[in-house]
Design a protein around this ligand. Structure first.
Ligand code: B12
Length: 150
């Protein structure tokens, strides 16, 4: 399984510190720690590429390479998160989402076309997702309490 881990753009806000980042020669304040953790929990036989949209664009080669696109976001990243789900679906990719935004408002990612909603604590729900993918499921919602609710 070839997985593209995609971290959506943050808009300009109090927390984006553009001027401070410019002074220290950086493009983003923090690395996408959530997605790095997700990659560490998923089977290590899968292949991963991480693209932080705050730092660079996703290349055509990366889109083509991916079997599955996994996104994480806070609500503040909503605009690019939903746009990237749509872009991945337009390219015929399977899409899985998780993290604070998807967990708070799962119907928004679902309405945009996300196939897998991996909600609550990834440490609990990612193994459920892996089991489903290995069974051949094409979609699903996974919650820490085991209930398949949105
Ligand atoms: C550090 C932090 C910050 C930092 C750094 C943010 C950053 N760029 O990473 C700062 C101080 C900048 C910040 C700011 C804000 N934050 Co903040 N922040 C946190 C905090 C305390 C920890 C996040 C973290 O890095 N954790 C460590 C990493 C390893 O974990 P993680 O990213 O959460 O990922 C884990 C899970 O979420 C999950 N997961 C994540 N992604 C995915 C994807 C998949 C597919 C799966 C299965 C699982 C999964 O698995 C991971 C491993 O456990 C959390 C609260 C908390 N305790 O979690 C709030 C939190 C993420 N922040 C929040 C908010 C609201 C904000 C602000 C909007 C606040 C404001 N009003 O301005 C701003 C927005 C930032 C911006 N740039 O505009 C909310 C998000 C709510 C939501 N539903 O979106 C949280 C959850 C706090 C809360 N309970 O309200 N924040």
């Amino acid at each position: 399984m070839r997985v593209l881990l995609l971290y959506p753009k943050f808009p300009k806000s109090f927390w984006s510190f553009e001027k401070a980042l410019e002074l220290v020669g950086r493009k983003a304040m923090l690395p996408p720690l959530g997605l790095a953790t997700v990659a560490a929990i998923l089977p290590q036989t899968w292949e991963f590429k991480l693209a932080d949209h705050n730092v660079r664009s996703i290349t055509e080669a990366e889109w083509e390479w991916a079997d599955l696109v996994i996104l994480s976001a806070m609500i503040v990243q909503k605009e690019d998160f939903l746009a990237q789900i749509q872009e991945a679906k337009r390219r015929g990719k399977r899409v899985a989402v998780g993290g604070p935004y998807a967990t708070a408002l799962p119907h928004e990612a679902a309405t945009c076309g996300a196939d897998f909603l991996i909600l609550d604590e990834g440490e609990i729900t990612l193994p459920m997702f892996v089991e489903a993918v290995e069974r051949g499921d094409r979609a699903g919602t996974f919650r820490a309490d085991g209930q398949n609710r949105m």
